[in-house]
Design a binder for this molecule. Sequence first.
Ligand code: NI
Length: 227
Amino acid sequence: MAILKIARMGHPVLGQVAAPIEDPGSPEVRRLVADMLDTMEDAGGTGLAANQVYVPRRLVIFYVSVDRAEREAQAEDGEAGDELAGDGAGDGAEATEEVPLTILINPIIEPIAGPGAVLGEDRVLGWESCLSAPGLAGWVPRHRAVRYRGIGLNGEAIAREAHGFHARVVQHECDHLDGVLYPQRMTDLSTLSFTSELGARSRAETAARDETAARDEAAARDEAGEA
Ligand code: NI
């Protein structure tokens, strides 16, 4: 087992379409998975695609703790509510559940419609970062819900539906296999930020919201006075 070097944005391997893995149980694949697990843990990542360690094969790993799932669900509800997310309903309890450590070989992913939503239009905005673009984060629209299938390390079939942050992570990792990094999915590049500045950004946004709320309240008071 070893900690592998992670390719950084701009390296051609990250733009390659990865090839399917023909023998998921082979010793080479097992060694690669073991090394990727070590690498992801060492880097503190949520997920890792094989391209990111210079192996353009269709394999991703990911894990979301329950704490992380809850934090992300709160951030999505709070910040995306007025934009693409609608009212934030429909994620259900599933969005805040732990995602078990998953090794997914040759994944196939498709969007599914959440309750009451039109397929393809049900997207949510959320912050993403990537081990291949260290120090950066951006506001990325993703399908709220997806269904994915693939093969596990012991040849078992994996088939799941995912919502919320779970769905976001799977979309991010599977994009890597098609040579796509999250900035290519962004619709508002002005949100591409250094993570070290995000604290300042969120303080500024909160202040702006408070100011707007105060203005609205004053306007409401004025109107009430006139009536
Ligand atoms: Ni990534």
